[in-house]
Design a protein around this ligand. Structure first.
Ligand SMILES: Nc1ncnc2c1ncn2[C@@H]1O[C@H](COP(=O)(O)O)[C@@H](OP(=O)(O)O)[C@H]1O
Ligand SMILES: [Mg+2]
Length: 294
């Protein structure tokens, strides 16, 4: 290939890249933000184009469009990395007698992107609701960060806000009421709050703040709109990986509700419970949780 051909191929390639959203950042955390934002733009377009008359169709179309965008861009820009996506049937494990029937390749990979193309799917399908998100996290085998999450981004497109580990938000301010032992605010599922969270809130005199999406709830703790997010009874790695990466980078506490570490890229992607809260609240909350473990 002559230099002129090479140059024009480079220019054409650059034009194509710009048309599709440009060349992404090289740094993983900035790439995670870029990717989550791009999927968020796709989701806003799907909402605009379809409207809200058929909620089930809107949910399915949103899940599919965001998943395809993430899969395509990860294959294009991070081809050597493995992916665990909520919407990817192949990434789910078939179990035989309590063992994985086939070991997924990601268990031997050194870098795995754990993505939830649309978290808060129900809220996405309801007109006017902004509590839904795109999650993009990077798990690495070298495990230099909490829970081995090297990078993460949570895009909240309908709020025009993205939180990511490249520019972790400042540690949230300590509200005077909470600092002096007053009521704390616990973000909880608006549609299926675990029964024990209600009991826990009563015991410690906390107020429950209902909202959709695990990512949006953890973002609420990061932003200081809530003091904690407590969940139990079922969830998967993709529901929490990205927001936990950002919360940890911000300086918040994140663990299982029994206080043990959150582990990602496990054979079984179920990760049924977690607590994210300000560090100063963690001892009080974990002690109360011990009395309410489901
Ligand atoms: N008991 C449960 N079992 C499995 N997933 C659950 C769950 N409770 C919540 N989730 C998942 O956690 C995310 C946040 O839920 P909620 O808004 O109710 O707090 C949702 O993700 P998706 O929207 O990606 O499915 C939801 O499906
Ligand atoms: Mg989810």
């Amino acid at each position: 290939m002559g230099e002129q051909t090479r140059t024009s191929a480079r220019v054409t390639g650059q034009r194509d890249a710009v048309a599709d959203g440009g060349t992404p950042p090289v740094i993983d955390a900035a790439f995670a933000r870029w990717l989550a934002d791009r999927a968020g733009q796709v989701l806003l377009r799907v909402r605009d184009e379809m409207g809200y008359a058929d909620g089930a169709a809107l949910k399915a179309a949103g899940d599919k469009a965001a998943h395809e965008l993430l899969r395509t861009e990860l294959a294009r820009w991070r081809p050597a990395d493995a992916v665990l996506s909520e919407e990817d049937d192949h990434s789910r494990i078939a179990w035989q007698n309590g063992e994985p029937a086939a070991r997924p390749d990601r268990l031997d990979a050194s870098r795995v992107w754990i993505v939830d193309p649309l978290d808060g799917t129900r809220e996405f399908s309801e007109e006017g609701r902004t509590d839904w998100a795109v999650h993009v996290a990077l798990w690495t085998a070298d495990c230099s960060r909490p829970s081995c999450l090297a990078a993460g981004a949570v895009a909240m497109p309908a709020r025009h806000r993205t939180l990511a580990t490249d520019l972790p938000p400042a540690y949230p301010p300590l509200p005077l009421e909470a600092a002096t032992g007053g009521p704390i605010r616990i973000a909880a599922s608006r549609t299926r709050p675990p029964a024990f969270v209600t009991a826990l809130a009563e015991e410690i005199g906390a107020e429950l703040v209902p909202m959709g999406s695990a990512g949006v709830k953890i973002a609420a703790v990061i932003n200081g709109e809530a003091d904690a997010y407590v969940h139990a009874g079922g969830q998967y790695e993709w529901d929490s990986a990205a927001p936990v990466a950002v919360a940890s980078a911000t300086g918040l506490h994140a663990s299982r509700i029994d206080g043990t570490a959150l582990k990602y890229n496990q054979a079984d992607p179920k990760l049924p419970d977690l607590v994210v809260c300000r560090k100063d609240l963690a001892p009080r909350l974990l002690a109360a949780l011990q009395r309410h473990l489901p």
